[in-house]
Design a protein around this ligand. Structure first.
Ligand code: PLP
Length: 424
């Protein structure tokens, strides 16, 4: 097992015989061997919630993360929340008061976003395959629609005419470069996302001819990136592409959404993103903008980076059993709530998320165990990890669970009840 001391020590890891032991997360303090979430002991919070499993999100950690983004990114950059990372209404409500815009991807998300203080004109609606009902609602609400195809543009024209409303639109560009070392690549080759950069000038001219309100461009090139150089490279190429499109179309770009893709560390060996370096480079790029972009407003949109580290998934040990020399903790939680921790959401090789026994952090006795859930297949939360020695009733905590958790999981699989989510 090769482990990076850096990351594990970030989680308060102590090393014995080169094996990770008793780690807890730096963001969640420990008192009497029990982690605290939002200043509340995990055991007490579990009583308050009244049932396991559940997801808990720490309000102060979300606020702190947005504060450090504000400190590190240039003032000129607007910060948007891509709410598909965590669409819990209370979370979106909280974040809405702290960011400059919200990026939505469906009618369901639009409804949650419209209930917040955020102005609809600061919301953008991206994603391929928007249906007419969603498009009509977005037009009526005054939300900016990020056009993903030429057919979609014509559909918006027809709907807007019928509604007698001038729509606000931006164009999502499928860039001719890709974000390197990204967990998920979103640009470069043939893609269902956005309009190919080569076609964009024609589309931009059509938007102007049609008299739509042209808000700008959206260039998103990837997700879960921890490499500063790769992000810097994408930012530079994004600006170059925007300049080129402004020149080729002779149309000014009021706003440029430069994407985001900032990653967080999940596994041993991964280091937190150097946000200061990303910010400094952006400032440097903004200091030497081409004339075409001098009037442009810049946006960075982030989902995971804002919420992931503020959230935990909590489940309870229901059974403890040995089988042919291995120990298993069977819990009431699993992949139906947390597909990503089970290793089935965008991972090629399964690795353990940071997991601990949340009410026994730092106790002397440990054991190598596998933490499994109640489903029939693939239901693994931790594969042979050394954890504090746990018994039936103890609380298993999966860290880094604030993004792409519940709503990115097959909740209906095996028909268990939907777990609680709380913002503390
Ligand atoms: C998913 C998505 C995001 C958010 O990505 P994160 O990696 O969670 O920050 C941002 N923009 C677009 C267009 C997306 O599809």
């Amino acid at each position: 097992m090769s482990l990076s001391i850096h990351l594990w020590s970030k989680w308060g890891l102590t090393m014995t015989n080169n094996r990770p032991k008793h780690f807890s997360s730096e963001q969640f303090p420990v008192q009497n061997h029990c982690i605290q979430i939002g200043d509340m002991l995990l055991t007490r919070l579990t009583q308050r919630v009244g049932s396991t499993p559940y997801f808990a999100y720490d309000r102060k950690l979300i606020t702190g993360r947005i504060k450090s983004l504000r400190q590190c990114l240039p003032n000129k950059i607007k910060l948007h929340y891509a709410m598909k990372a965590n669409p819990m209404p209370a979370v979106v409500q909280h974040i809405a008061g702290l960011v400059d815009g919200i990026d939505v991807a469906s009618l369901g998300e639009i409804k949650v976003a419209l209930d917040t203080v955020m102005l609809p004109s600061k919301m953008s609606f991206a994603g391929p395959g928007k249906n007419e009902h969603e498009l009509s609602c977005a037009i009526a609400a005054g939300i900016v629609i990020n056009i993903e195809s030429e057919l979609e543009l014509e559909r918006i024209v027809a709907l807007a005419e019928h509604l007698a409303i001038t729509p606000k639109v931006a164009v999502r560009i499928n860039p001719d470069f890709e974000l390197k070392s990204s967990g998920m690549r979103m640009g470069g080759g043939p893609k269902q996302f956005g309009i190919d950069a080569e076609r964009a000038p024609i589309v931009l001219r059509r938007i102007i001819e049609l008299g739509m309100i042209f808000e700008g461009l959206h260039i998103f090139s990837g997700s879960q990136n921890l490499k500063v150089e790769a992000i810097q490279d994408a930012h530079e190429k994004t600006l170059q592409l925007a300049v080129r499109l402004a020149r080729e179309s002779s149309i000014p770009i009021p706003s440029l959404n430069m994407g985001g893709g900032f990653g967080i560390p999940y596994f041993p060996g991964e280091l937190p993103l150097n946000l200061a370096a990303v910010g400094e480079n952006l400032q440097h790029l903004l200091n030497r903008l081409e004339p075409e972009l001098l009037e442009t407003q810049f946006v960075i949109e982030l989902g995971r980076y804002i919420v992931a580290e503020a959230g935990v998934y909590v489940c309870q040990v229901l059974d403890k059993k040995g089988s042919r020399g291995q120990l298993f903790l069977v819990t009431d939680g699993g992949m139906h709530h947390h597909l990503a921790a089970s290793g089935n959401f965008g991972q090629v090789i399964r690795k353990n998320y940071p997991v601990t026994v949340g009410n026994k952090v730092g106790i002397a006795e440990t054991e190598v165990v596998s933490v499994v859930g109640p489903l029939c297949t693939l239901d693994l939360l931790a594969d042979q990890m050394e954890l504090p020695k746990a018994e039936v009733g103890d609380l298993i905590v999966v860290f880094q669970s604030g993004a792409y958790g519940l709503t990115a999981s097959p909740m209906s699989f095996l028909s268990h009840p939907i777990p609680c989510e709380v913002l503390v």
